[in-house]
Design a protein. Sequence first.
Length: 362
Amino acid sequence: MVLESTVICVDNSEYMRNGDFVPTRLLAQQDAVNMLCNSKTRANPENTVALLTLGSLKVLSTLTNEVGKVMSCLHQIEPEGEVNFLTGIKIAQLALKHRQSKNHKTRIIIFVGSPIDSDEKDLQRLAKKLKKEKVNVDIVNFGQTDENTEKLTNFISTLNGKEGTGSHIVTVSIGPSLSDALKKSPILSGEDMGGMGGSGFDFIDANQDPDLALALRVSLEEQRQRQEEENKGPDSAVSVGLGDNVDLSQLSEEEQIALAMQMSLAGVEEEMPKTEEATPASSTAVTAQADDDLGDPDVLAGVMADPEFLQQVLTDLPGVDPSSEAVKSVMGNIQKGNKNKKEEDDDEGGESAAKKPRKDNN
């Protein structure tokens, strides 16, 4: 989950008294800000939120993860003055520099429901500065859309650059509430909606009892995972194909262990046929040759006297280490015996030749 510090800028200018958004533009913002605060803090418990007004330019709440503190300040806002878009963003940027953890990404969410009188060049200059300091900006454009849409769109385009997608603008026409429009917008895409909406227990107010709301949420998540495992069946982990692109993050711990065992056994089975094919080839040839020549004592004696052949046979035999002292001793005895036998045969041949009578040429 992303660690993020967010400053929410509320438009509290005199235009917020208008009733085109029920009941008023200011109260419609309060519902949307409530949803945003709950969404950000539930996405990660370490996320922090601050509150700033664009009309009076007051930081009502510094960065905090206590939603109740932010909401208590939100309900005290009253319409006054005119919107100060550029100055408000600069103050929000300074507030983000004082975040507790520098590992947090920075974001500014701005509600704009009043005409913006800022110069186009000043807006572009500020957008480039925010881009350089890696501050993302989300703008909720409502109320005065005809006057502000082009300026704000160009501002976000400059901030994102050619390939950037971190900043967004959401233009809300008269009709739907700001909260409903934000739920479908990229500002809240992939995040948990505030007020526990869509979780199956909307009757729980997370602000009144956050511990109970968190316990119910965890319980429902565990129940959902349990049902998914039951639907998969007990053999689901074993049935995963080794050639498939398996997403380990979607598997439970038991399924990951079963998959690892399956892959390990498959690797052993792939190696065993190679050994079985190589070993019988040489041993079969040796056995066939030995069977054919067993009846010939001269051939058998010649085989036993060949040290290279014996070394090859011993190497092919399973469980025999040719380099062991015992095997070397046996090989030495065999070679010594063959040498002595050869010397005896030579001596006998010489004696028989001496005893043989010479033929008389006469």
